[in-house]
Design a protein around this ligand. Structure first.
Ligand SMILES: NC(=O)c1ccc[n+]([C@@H]2O[C@H](COP(=O)([O-])OP(=O)(O)OC[C@H]3O[C@@H](n4cnc5c(N)ncnc54)[C@H](OP(=O)(O)O)[C@@H]3O)[C@@H](O)[C@H]2O)c1
Length: 254
């Protein structure tokens, strides 16, 4: 079982990009305090082990956990592993994501199979992972600790932004991805509503347009900036908000 004071944080899709950078920043955040055990969720064992080792080489307490959000059995095994080893979870960061630029396209021609895959990863996988980890988050709350769920969404999931001709994303339409992130926003709202009385913080994070494999080289934010919103929401205290949709501390339009 984990050291009673130590934070235990699970990040999905943590082998690269914003997920891995979030792990690095959480290690730095907690280093001087109670400390954090970083559970590095990844669908590929080699990539996940490599990321966990890179973090350990940097002084972090990081453990690879195989977790493919498209595979219910791997989600259940990951939850069992966390239960056996720690018995609780302070924070779940649902970071794993997918965008098929070539096939999702515009509304009139978007490929249905491509959109289903995007929904499987971005929405159903996120919901299934959260449901499997909830007993561990609830146990953590029962121990008087603050539990948090951080759902990686996007400004592209905002209908208000898509409807505003002056919005920076007005021309950026990826039907499957945008709808999947709008669904993540709705899940965030519903779960926060359900868990409010338990004090579990459930929020959605828009990281910004970030230079990753998904964001591409023309993105406006470096990785270090792109992980900040996830880190802010993953370190909320008991007085922190729930049921919100944030970018760098600012509430977004739904
Ligand atoms: N970059 C941006 O500009 C931007 C903007 C808004 C929102 N976001 C969101 O931020 C999150 C992180 O994105 P990123 O830019 O860091 O993307 P990324 O570099 O492409 O990383 C995506 C991560 O998700 C993992 N993943 C994909 N399918 C998975 C599955 N079935 N099971 C488990 N993990 C899976 C990938 O694993 P593999 O390495 O195995 O493929 C990878 O670790 C995503 O939710 C994304 O939608 C990003």
């Amino acid at each position: 079982m984990a050291d009673a004071a130590r934070q235990v944080v699970l990040i999905t899709g943590a082998n690269k990009g914003i997920g891995l950078e979030t792990a690095r920043q959480l290690h730095a955040h907690y280093r001087a305090g109670e400390g954090v055990t970083l559970l590095i969720g990844a669908r590929d064992a080699q990539r996940g082990e490599a990321a966990a080792k890179e973090l350990r080489d940097g002084g972090a307490d990081a453990i690879f956990v195989r977790l493919d959000v498209e595979d219910q059995a791997s989600i259940a095994q990951a939850a069992e592993q966390v239960q056996r080893r720690f018995g609780r979870l302070d924070t779940l960061i649902n970071n794993a994501g997918w965008l098929d630029y070539a096939r999702e396209g515009v509304a009139s021609t978007a490929d249905i199979a491509a959109m289903r895959k995007t929904f499987d990863i971005n929405f159903f996988g996120l919901v299934a992972t959260t449901q499997a980890m909830l007993p561990l988050l609830k146990r953590n709350s029962e121990m008087g600790r603050v539990s948090r769920v951080v759902n990686l969404t996007s400004i592209l999931g905002s209908i208000a932004e898509h409807a505003d001709v002056n919005s920076s994303i007005y021309q950026a339409k990826f039907l499957g991805y945008d709808c999947s992130k709008a669904a993540v926003n709705m899940f965030t709202n519903h779960l926060a509503h359900e868990l409010r009385s338990l004090g579990i913080k459930v929020n959605a994070a828009h990281p910004g347009w970030v230079k990753t494999d998904m964001g591409g080289p023309n993105a406006t934010l470096e990785l270090a900036e792109g992980a900040k919103t996830s880190v802010q929401l993953a370190t909320l205290g008991a007085d922190g908000p729930t049921g919100g949709y944030y970018h760098m501390g600012v509430h977004m339009r739904w």
